[in-house]
Design a protein around this ligand. Structure first.
Ligand SMILES: *[C@@H]1O[C@H](CO)[C@@H](O)[C@H](O)[C@H]1NC(C)=O
Ligand SMILES: *[C@@H]1O[C@H](CO)[C@@H](O)[C@H](O)[C@H]1NC(C)=O
Ligand SMILES: *[C@@H]1O[C@H](CO)[C@@H](O)[C@H](O)[C@H]1NC(C)=O
Ligand SMILES: *[C@@H]1O[C@H](CO)[C@@H](O)[C@H](O)[C@H]1NC(C)=O
Ligand SMILES: *[C@@H]1O[C@H](CO)[C@@H](O)[C@H](O)[C@H]1NC(C)=O
Ligand SMILES: *[C@@H]1O[C@H](CO)[C@@H](O)[C@H](O)[C@H]1NC(C)=O
Ligand SMILES: [Zn+2]
Length: 495
């Protein structure tokens, strides 16, 4: 009898040994083969990592035990003001994050910034739907369903300016108290999102404001520990108080001027480039004009021109297939197409991913739908096409509710070339990049993914940038310097 039990125990233990070993290997293999899983950290980085992971575990474990309180399964608006308290967030905030490669110029600064602009002189307002603004010497000769009035007069006519400004401020943000009722579907979200752009348009395209705004935006990036930006712009026509309207080239030149000025004042900032990204909701003739504009910018300002893209709600705009012959002729422009920002599997919108890849896009904007296309994922990996993932944008613009279900986790596990970005942080009051990094790190990635992942994501943002080789090398050196500085001065107790 005892002999039998002994044999059984022995056999079980032997088998168990094997099992545990195989199990350990599998778990380790998955972690190591994920993005950033196979780099090694030095001693100082390990110290940072221990601190970071202690706090990450605290947050994730708390959520696991209290799933009803887990912030990342709720709407961003319900927890956005609490983020600053998180120790993980504070560490991420002070960490060098490299570059922002997917951002739209008119949605960088937040509502308070735009509200401030409404206090400037010479501003007229039309309380139509949507509310519009225009700087002008005289009453604007532009259609308005009601009437143009001086903003200063409109404001002084109200009883309660605090209340008036609070209402006005709502024009400049999607944030609200009850997002689940206000935004039942992508349609309502995008309608509101477009109204945001309509209201911001006249405030920002007044030429002096445009220049100041972009300078302030670069400051804002720098303060979020970002060293380089590729900004998407429709290059709107700028205007002056006397009604003068400029063309696309003037807007591009304004970019060049401001980038130069900012770099002069901040030599450790690597710089910025432009992705010309006009609306996808146009016909072929207009697209031809856009391509012509892009060619001119590339010819006259090669140092700031990164490439070409088309923007606007993908489901509502034209699919890329509509423009394939024209785009094939324009491959020299470098494409950075938005593609796969949809939940409609198998539609023409979804197939934008196919066309983006076939057209030789250098990166994919969003690629949210990519996880449904294993063949394309393989192509993306083989061709090393960067995927610009914007988790908060996808959640706010109604593609995913609980960010734990965001396909980013799959892209990372498969070691696809991912960069994290923020799309339109100003429209929802997020930081230029830190909020997105934080929500992705705690809400989307494996509990076990650590500083190795964050460092690789930051490095990827430079690797997949449109910087010229020599500037990229310089950017990576500058990143190294900033990173070492961060690691050397890290003190866990100060978070
Ligand atoms: C990790 O890196 C080592 C050394 O560079 C290499 O031998 C190994 O195959 C890599 N493992 C994975 C999972 O990529
Ligand atoms: C979620 O946000 C609340 C405030 O809304 C905060 O007190 C709490 O610590 C957060 N929970 C987690 C798990 O981060
Ligand atoms: C708005 O203007 C006030 C007063 O000039 C200033 O203190 C504040 O920093 C400004 N806010 C933003 C977001 O620019
Ligand atoms: C207003 O614009 C219309 C059409 O652009 C033009 O015909 C008209 O002369 C303008 N009126 C003034 C007062 O400038
Ligand atoms: C003005 O409006 C604000 C915000 O709605 C409110 O808190 C305040 O009490 C109002 N002030 C007066 C004098 O009514
Ligand atoms: C890249 O380097 C070239 C010179 O090699 C320079 O003219 C250009 O401005 C640089 N671009 C950026 C974005 O720093
Ligand atoms: Zn975008």
């Amino acid at each position: 009898m005892w002999r039998i039990i002994f044999v059984l125990l022995f056999t079980y233990a032997k088998c168990d040994d094997n099992y545990n070993e195989r199990r350990r290997k599998l778990v380790e293999l998955e972690l190591r083969s994920a993005l950033g899983g196979n780099i090694t950290l030095n001693d100082k980085e390990n110290t940072v990592n221990n601190c970071l992971m202690q706090h990450k575990f605290n947050e994730v474990d708390y959520g696991f035990d209290h799933p009803n309180e887990f912030n990342f399964s709720h709407h961003y608006f319900s927890y956005k003001n609490q983020i600053q308290k998180s120790k993980v967030f504070k560490i991420i905030k002070s960490m060098p994050k490299g570059a922002v490669l997917h951002i739209h110029d008119m949605a960088i600064m937040g509502a308070d910034y735009l509200l401030n602009i409404t206090y400037m002189e010479h501003l007229y307002v039309c309380f139509d739907k949507p509310v519009r603004f225009l700087f002008s010497n005289n009453v604007p000769n532009v259609t308005c369903g009601i009437q143009w009035q001086l903003m200063s007069e409109a404001r002084s006519a109200v009883d309660n300016v605090t209340e008036f400004d609070a209402q006005l401020r709502k024009l400049f943000t999607l944030v609200c108290d009850n997002p689940d009722t206000v935004y039942p579907s992508i349609k309502e979200t995008w309608t509101r999102f477009m109204q945001y752009f309509n209201s911001a348009y006249g405030l920002l395209t007044y030429r002096p404001n445009w220049e100041q705004y972009f300078y302030d935006a670069l400051t804002y990036f720098k303060n979020d520990n970002i060293m380089y930006v590729e900004v998407r712009s429709i290059l709107p026509n700028l205007y002056e108080l006397d009604g003068t309207q400029y063309d696309t080239m003037v807007t591009a030149k304004a970019y060049r001027k401001i980038i130069k000025r900012f770099k002069k004042n901040h030599p450790d900032f690597i710089g910025a480039k432009l992705i010309y990204a006009p609306s996808r909701k146009v016909d072929r003739n207009v697209l031809a004009q856009y391509i012509e504009n892009a060619r001119r910018i590339k010819r006259e300002m090669p140092e700031i021109f990164a490439g070409f893209d088309l923007v606007g709600q993908e489901d509502a705009g034209n699919p890329l297939i509509e423009f394939v012959p024209q785009l094939l002729e324009a491959k020299d422009l470098n494409f950075f197409f938005h593609a796969g920002e949809t939940n409609w599997f198998g539609t023409l919108t979804d197939e934008n991913l196919v066309d983006a890849v076939l057209l030789g896009t250098k990166r994919i904007g969003h690629g949210y739908a990519l996880a449904k296309h294993p063949q394309l994922m393989q192509e993306v990996k083989d061709k090393d096409i960067g995927i610009e993932v914007n988790v908060l944008s996808n959640a706010i613009l109604s593609l995913v509710r609980d960010v734990r279900n965001h396909p980013l986790s799959i892209f990372l596990s498969m070691d696809l070339p991912v960069v994290l970005s923020s799309d339109d942080p100003g429209a929802w009051g997020a930081d230029p990049l830190s909020d997105d990094f934080y929500v992705a790190f705690v809400g989307v990635t494996s509990k076990l993914q650590d500083l190795k992942l964050l460092k690789t994501l930051a490095l990827n943002s430079l690797k997949y940038s449109a910087l010229e080789p020599e500037n990229k090398t310089r950017a990576l050196q500058e990143f190294d310097r900033q990173w070492n500085n961060f690691v050397d001065n890290f003190d866990c107790s100060s978070y």
